[in-house]
Design a protein. Structure first.
Length: 100
């Protein structure tokens, strides 16, 4: 969520798969999050300098891409099950971190 506008994982997945295109509002939100210009997100061309306070990180690994590809093959029920399991594990790890 940014400035009251949500970007859901479902919407992002549709953009990545090419099933839909984000609205201009969402492009601007993503650009702010990533520290790049909206123009760069739209066209891949940078007319302005990148923000200097942003750390550039590597993109997804091959393993990450393969995992997402496999996840997209699952049925809606299977996806919900996987997401619930990941959330449960995340909560468990956060609780352990808070105990230390």
């Amino acid at each position: 969520r940014a400035d009251g506008a949500a970007v859901t994982p479902y919407a992002a997945r549709k953009w990545l798969k090419g099933d839909s295109i984000p609205t201009q509002e969402k492009v601007h939100i993503l650009a702010r999050w990533l520290g790049v210009s909206a123009s760069w997100l739209r066209f891949g061309e940078e007319k302005e300098n990148l923000r200097s306070d942003v750390t550039i990180v590597a993109g997804p690994s091959t393993a990450d891409i393969n995992l997402l590809r496999d996840f997209n093959l699952l049925s809606d029920d299977e996806r919900r099950l996987v997401l619930d399991f990941v959330k449960l594990l995340g909560e468990r790890h956060r609780l352990k971190e808070n105990e230390t």
